[in-house]
Design a protein around this ligand. Structure first.
Ligand code: NAP
Length: 485
């Protein structure tokens, strides 16, 4: 269930927010300590839904300055006026008369640390006669969510267990999957009642919260940073479109070993991106020769007994996309110039060589370009020499540098170069959809491939591995166009 906190700051605003939140939430939480001039009777009358009333003291992160006795008196009034539950802090519970204890959510907060004895705390709170136990803890390392998931699975009575901070976000999104009594979501950005609280709109639409149950399979994107990732948008929408019982979440991984040991066992698969493509390679069971040569992957799929199958769908996507547009539909013996010598270049060049292409590398930093060229035994040409040529004698030109990427959309890695009909120009950049390089190449009549096509295809290959059905490619494109323009 979803509970939207009503945080004021005035009675008038609280009433406006109640009217908006009613249709979105299963519960409303009236945070009396945050509503300056509250009239409890009017608030409860207008709520027209299940309500939790909370009057949080400063020691538990709230703003109420009354004594515990005065606070509890108002909370008991709330029950008489029709509140479904009252939230009572663990150290004030003794003030609640036995006749009202069945309507209490007993709560405890750890704003600055993840308690080492989490399970003991839950156990001791659960022994009291409150109806529901609530614990909110600061999560500073993603793997700590595993302790929350285990505790939820092993609960003996209704439990609300939430991680605070960005690293705790997944505990809020996955609450239903692990049988949490409810999760809190803000009415909109800026109306959060705790750090890391997700908005109700994002929870309902981006993460499809209402569709989750305890059989939902978990997936995610392993990255750092991860907030910008569009993978949750496309995969969750795709799961919805195909009626697949899956949930895909952002995973901001700092310590990847701890992550793989503690949290990964809850998941069925991952997309992997910067900076973990090489780090997680070691977890792939029996990697293919191609994967071994690349030494980096972007997909792990659980295959049972704690083992993972590794794939690099970036390469598969890039090569497949090229083969779809190239003459004869084959890269064999085609001359290809690759701009850049970073991770994307390395992987694409290895894929091209396997497909039989004749590859030349160029790069701004010649030493890096030469190192890569020597390692995989292909020629290197300096960028200065490339810039001296008006037209480039290659059938395929691939940009794997970040030149032309948002926000520097006016830049091109090959300014002034002329392209021609029959030439294939591929820019790995996916934001913007059409870079300066692509716009020039289209004007010159070349065949163009955008990074967006590669991004959609690499995601589609992951999706198909997990869902075992064709991915809704058009939907993926639509989502990216909507998000990125
Ligand atoms: P990376 O390892 O950091 O490599 C960046 C490359 O860009 C290096 O060769 C670097 O040259 C070059 N570069 C950066 N700024 C430059 C400048 N101002 N002038 C000339 N060269 C410059 O990054 P990566 O992981 O390979 O990613 C590269 C690009 O591929 C990014 O735009 C990324 O979004 C894109 N990509 C797209 C997909 C997709 O699905 N579409 C997937 C993966 C990557 P130096 O060696 O001289 O620094």
């Amino acid at each position: 269930m979803i509970c939207v906190p009503i945080v004021g700051p005035t009675q008038a605003q609280a009433l406006i927010d109640i009217a908006e939140a009613r249709s979105l939430a299963d519960f409303l939480e009236l945070r009396l300590d945050l509503i300056a001039d509250f009239d409890l009777q009017v608030l409860l009358k207008n709520a027209e839904s299940k309500v939790i009333v909370t009057y949080r003291p400063a020691r538990e992160g709230g703003q109420c300055t009354l004594s515990d006795e005065e606070r509890v008196k108002i909370l008991l009034d709330a029950l008489r006026l029709g509140a479904t539950y009252i939230d009572v802090e663990w150290d004030a519970f003794h003030l609640i008369p036995p006749s009202s204890q069945e309507s209490v959510i007993i709560s405890r907060h750890f704003f600055h640390e993840f308690p080492e004895n989490l399970e003991e705390i839950i156990e001791s709170l659960s022994q009291l006669n409150a109806k529901i136990t609530k614990l909110a803890v600061k999560v500073s390392e993603l793997a700590q969510n595993a302790r929350l998931f285990h505790a939820l699975k092993n609960k003996k009575k209704p439990l609300i267990l939430l991680g605070m901070g960005e690293e705790g976000l997944i505990s809020r999104i996955c609450s239903r999957v692990f049988g949490g009594f409810l999760t809190f979501a803000s009415l909109s950005k800026g109306k959060e009642s705790a750090a890391g609280q997700i908005s109700v709109e994002e929870l309902l639409h981006r993460f499809r919260f209402r569709s989750h149950n305890q059989d939902t399979k978990l997936y995610g994107v392993v990255a750092n940073p991860v907030t910008h990732s569009l993978s949750p948008d496309i995969h969750n929408a795709g799961f919805g479109e195909l009626g697949f019982n899956g949930l895909y979440v952002p995973l901001k991984v700092n310590n990847y070993q701890l992550f793989m040991q503690e949290l990964a066992p809850f998941f069925s698969g991952f997309s992997i991106t910067i900076p973990h493509k090489e780090n997680l390679f070691r977890y792939a069971k029996a990697p293919s020769d191609l994967l071994k040569q690349i030494g980096a992957l972007n997909t792990l799929t659980a295959i049972g007994h704690g083992e993972w199958e590794g794939k690099n769908t970036d390469i598969l996507a890039a090569i497949a996309a090229l083969e779809e547009v190239i003459v004869d539909r084959s890269l064999k013996d085609k001359t290809v110039l690759v701009l850049g010598a970073g991770g994307a270049s390395r992987a694409i060049v290895i894929g091209l060589l396997k497909a039989g292409a004749k590859v030349t590398i160029t790069n701004r930093t010649a030493s890096k370009g030469k190192t890569l060229a020597n390692e995989i035994n292909v020629p290197f040409i300096s960028l200065e020499d490339i810039h001296l040529m008006e037209a480039l004698p290659y059938q395929v030109i691939i940009n794997t540098t970040s030149v032309g990427m948002m926000p520097n959309v006016e830049e091109s890695p090959l300014p002034g170069v002329r392209f021609h009909k029959g030439q294939v120009i591929f820019d790995a950049i996916y934001n913007p959809a059409k870079t300066q390089l692509i716009l020039h190449a289209l004007k010159d009549g070349a065949t163009c491939l955008t990074g967006r096509e590669m991004f959609v295809k690499q995601g589609a290959l992951q999706f198909e591995r997990w869902v075992q059905k064709p991915a809704p490619i058009e939907l993926f494109h639509k989502i990216l166009d909507k998000k990125l323009g």
